[in-house]
Design a protein around this ligand. Sequence first.
Ligand code: ATP
Length: 240
Amino acid sequence: DLNHNVLEVRNVETFYGPIMALRGVSIDVPEGQIVTILGANGAGKTTLMKTVSGALDPEKGTVSFLGERVDGDEPDRMVRRGMAHVPEGREVFPFLTVEENLRLGAYTRRDGGIGDDMEMVFSYFPILKERRAQQAGTLSGGQQQMLAIGRGLMARPRLMLLDEPSLGLSPLLVQEIFAIIRRLNEEQGVTMLLVEQNAQVALNTADFGYVLEIGRIVMAGEASKLLGSEDIQEFYLGGG
Ligand code: ATP
């Protein structure tokens, strides 16, 4: 089914105490696609990601994953359902080795494919293979980001949540990591929800994009169309 949505968020309102951070947000993530959420600092991107991953409960609205209501579920349960949250790169376990970090990504799995999947991860990130016995904390920022993505892949997720993979990386590394993200989507069929402040690279990578402003979706469309939009050019791509 080409139109099957892995994730459906409907009219979600999420609060921090009295502060309404999401004001009725709805998004779809179709199977096999990369969907990106763009927005300035404080727009609510992280809040949306946390509402999807179960770290925050919405006051109103629903989150459906693989056809089931999941709002209110704990993050651990979301992981078991097949959602992998790839945090910003520096959140790998610094005192564990690269290989131990990767094995932890597969903790919900009981099948025997873990060795094969580690080889798959190494084929996309050869540097991780070279450094497999090294403590993760000794890796560069870019390598730690690669490890965070690799750890997410080890769960064989139905949906991967990518939180600002470009953060703190040089432009060259950003290009490299996003090229791999695109290949993982095309070659491994990984469905992704990508939150990014770097609109250029996000729209070049994604199939579809939403723009979040002060807790509301103000624009949505195919990534290629958004790239050409004057408003996007002016506010998010520094053109105009
Ligand atoms: P950034 O890229 O800076 O993380 P963002 O788009 O992810 O921005 P959020 O972090 O989701 O935005 O924040 C959305 C709104 O909620 C902001 O107005 C922010 O000040 C507020 N907010 C975020 N976290 C909290 C919190 N723990 N307590 C109170 N308000 C919060």
